[in-house]
Design a protein. Structure first.
Length: 174
């Protein structure tokens, strides 16, 4: 089915969509090539908007009109890990100095890989692991490295390794 141009008294084929409203809704009208060109020349998205509304729209447009979150927001993956990572209210990860006397011969490959990813020795205790994690987060944080994806990926691997080590310390596997 062909559409007819919806311009006043036009009988040409309407092949081009023109919005009826500014709200990005699904409502549009069909126009021919000649009238879509005229429509586009006349179209002013910011018509009837105040200067403040225009500025707010342009700021929001930089993030595709979606809310942004600070690195420390509650919904942020790293923030959730960070807020829980170093807080040991119940002394779950508390270790006595001699608890690492055996060099953890019962560690799995994944456990050993987590120590390696964080640059730790197998004999390191939980306090050392926490300090190393904090140091690595500061070093590889995206804000410190101009958002470089390589550092972001490295930080994700470190965070996952830390989470894994935390889980094995929490379950007293080591």
């Amino acid at each position: 089915m062909e559409n007819i141009c919806e311009w006043y008294k036009c009988k040409n084929k309407g092949k081009y969509k023109a919005p009826i409203e500014k709200d990005n809704s699904k409502r549009f009208k069909w126009l021919c090539k000649e009238h879509i060109a005229t429509f586009n020349k006349q179209w002013d998205y910011f018509a009837n908007m105040t200067q403040n509304e225009i500025e707010n729209f342009l700021k929001s447009d930089a993030t595709w009109h979606r809310p942004t979150q600070k690195f420390g927001s509650l919904d942020n993956f790293f923030s959730m890990l960070w807020s829980n990572a170093l807080d040991d209210k119940f002394k779950i990860f508390y270790e006595k100095e001699n608890s690492n006397a055996n060099i953890r011969s019962n560690l799995s490959t994944k456990d050993r890989e987590a120590f390696k990813t964080m640059g730790l020795k197998l004999s390191d205790n939980w306090v050392t692991i926490q300090k190393q994690f904090k140091s690595l987060v500061k070093k590889f944080h995206p804000d410190r490295n101009s958002g470089n994806r390589v550092y972001e990926d490295k930080l994700k691997k470190i965070t996952m390794a830390y989470s894994h080590l935390r889980s094995i310390f929490r379950t007293n596997k080591i």
